[in-house]
Design a protein around this ligand. Structure first.
Ligand code: ZN
Length: 567
């Protein structure tokens, strides 16, 4: 076949000639056939949809059905002179106009002149305008006049990939049909049929690659098939197809994604190197990676991925295997990196570098624990069904983990805050240190505080220089308010009375001014309080860090203690 000088491209050779041959547009065929059967055929149709999905083919089938000599039935006979002429494009009653090249008002005027006459030997004069959105405004206006008062013997069929560019006045006068992208299995089935008719030996994976190249367009898939056949002849090897179509081998794609999820930077970058060496376009590679990760994401996110993904059963099984236990969130985070990289590549001087950086980031991402799993773990901790050695103490004291309550709202579908940002309140068993030191001086100041708070508040700032039976010597910072207050005779007398009451002995009170550099002066209680509070907080931190609940939370969440707040 390949050496035939009259080689007819597959898209033309296998152009569907009946509604039943029209793959993937059953909804359109059925409605049109019903209209024909019931004799209610509109006078203007609008076929919309992506390129190569069968719009023009349907227009021709429709034209043949309306003008077939065997009568208007729901399929053309394809053997009468009318049908044959339309198939060949030589019918004098069917006009096919390309809106892109005949977009002027004159063309439409000619058309209007033309449709005035009755069909020469058919039922209808049928005007098919492809890419109708390309018509000029004047041409549309001219066309509109005809559409408003269409002659009985005229039918219009418009086709467009961009219906939004049509004036509403035109749209409202047409019966509209939206053509769908042809699904992958349907394209593959059609390719297999053609391969058999052409006696081509080709594997299913290769046909899948070719079908996918068409991206929902039957015509583009057939063009890709032409390209492969032109190179390979009638026996097609799998490796050749991938190279010819510039599609990255699925195995290579699987290897790279596996390396990314395994955190294997070496294998990830080697994968990119291989892709680059084979000479693939880096941006296209990135796009294919995005599609690959998107497929994995859908598989990990929904119950019936087959309803959403345009994949063959074999491909779906393979991807399910690859996605294993990876969480949807983990896939999504990597997908986001790739999408960002792809956007940057359009103006990048080093596209390979962009892909490498994105993939490295993706490879080094640490896994996240799904929030539901966290909740379950926490619930398990609460009920004690997780019995780790650290929790052996649980029987003795039962801590309340405030975190378990904080996590409750997460069960709604609202995005959950990162667990690490949650504060976890863990009651710690250590006693708060006595308000003031436990020394005899400390006990005395406490005693004074209770009896005479104003006196006690001054004493708190004094350092006990001497504590003997019958003598207390207190130092206050030189020049401070406390020296003045402390040396006041009334103050001393009051302290002396309280000291006798406290100790049962007559006690002499001496007050001294001490300089800051006086050396080893004992701390005043106020200073001690401050330092004790610091030490207490340090102790609390240590205790919190070593607290089994906190350690377990750190382990589960991968969290870090950022702050210990006294409560
Ligand atoms: Zn016919």
């Amino acid at each position: 076949m390949s050496n035939d000088t009259h080689y007819e491209v597959l898209a033309r050779k296998y152009r569907p000639q009946t509604f039943s041959e029209l793959a993937g547009q059953e909804h359109v065929s059925r409605t049109l056939q019903n209209a024909i059967d019931s004799g209610r055929v509109a006078h203007a149709f609008l076929f919309t949809g992506a390129r190569g999905v069968g719009k023009t083919s349907t227009a021709r089938i429709m034209a043949k059905t309306l003008n077939c000599e065997r009568g208007v039935t729901h399929e053309p006979c394809n053997v009468c002179p009318q049908c044959i002429e339309i198939t060949k494009g030589t019918s004098t009653d069917v006009f096919e106009i390309d809106g892109a090249s005949n977009n002027g008002v004159d063309d439409v005027r000619d058309l209007r002149e033309n449709i005035k006459y009755l069909p020469s030997h058919s039922r209808y004069r049928i005007i098919i305008i492809d890419e109708v959105h390309m018509l000029s405004t004047y041409a549309f206006n001219a066309l509109l006049k005809t559409l408003e008062e269409p002659p009985e013997h005229v039918k219009f069929i418009f086709a467009t990939t961009e219906p939004h560019k049509l004036p509403i006045t035109i749209l409202s006068r047409c019966q509209r049909f939206d053509f769908k992208r042809v699904t992958l299995p349907k394209i593959i089935a059609r390719l297999r049929e053609i391969a058999d008719k052409e006696s081509v030996v080709i594997s299913d994976p290769s046909l899948t690659l070719i079908a996918r190249k068409g991206d929902g367009s039957m015509r583009d898939s057939l063009t890709a098939f032409d390209q492969v056949l032109a190179f390979c002849g009638n026996t097609v090897g799998d490796d050749e197809v991938g190279t010819l179509l510039g599609t990255v081998d699925r195995r290579l794609m699987a290897e790279i994604s596996e390396a990314v999820f395994n955190g294997d930077t070496q294998a990830t970058l080697e994968g990119v190197k291989t892709v680059d060496m084979i000479g693939y376009n880096m941006r296209q590679f990135c796009q294919e990676l995005i599609e690959h990760f998107r497929n994995l994401l859908v598989i990990r996110s929904v119950k019936k991925p087959e309803d959403i993904l345009d994949l063959t059963v074999a491909e779906l099984d393979e991807l399910k295997r690859q996605s294993g236990n990876i969480s949807a969130l983990d896939v999504q985070r990597r997908l986001t990196l790739l999408i960002k990289a792809e956007a940057e590549m359009s103006y990048a001087t080093f596209p390979r570098l962009i892909v490498e950086m994105a993939l490295l980031k993706a490879t080094l991402l640490s896994p996240v624990v799904p929030i539901q799993e966290l909740i379950e773990k926490i619930k398990a901790l609460e009920t004690g069904s997780v019995h780790t050695p650290e929790f052996a103490w649980k029987a003795e004291r039962t801590p309340t983990v405030a975190a378990s309550h904080s996590f409750e709202p997460v069960q709604s579908t609202a995005p959950a805050p990162r667990p690490a940002e949650r504060s976890v309140v863990v009651p710690v068993a250590s006693p708060v240190p006595a308000a003031i030191g436990s020394s005899s001086w400390g006990r005395f100041v406490n005693f004074v505080n209770e009896k005479q708070p104003s006196t006690g508040s001054v004493l708190e700032h004094g350092s006990p220089l001497k504590e003997e039976t019958g003598l207390i010597e207190v130092g206050f910072p030189a020049g401070s308010y406390y020296v003045t207050a402390g040396q006041d005779p009334d103050f001393i007398a009051e302290v002396a009375v309280l000291a006798r009451e406290f100790s049962g002995h007559e006690t002499v009170i001496r007050v001294k001014a001490i300089s800051a550099d006086a050396g080893a002066t004992p701390l005043s209680l106020a200073e001690k309080k401050k330092s004790d509070a610091e030490q207490h907080l340090e102790g609390l931190k240590r205790e919190v860090e070593n607290h089994p609940v906190v350690r377990e939370a750190e382990r589960i969440f991968g969290a870090k203690i950022t702050e210990v707040v006294g409560i």
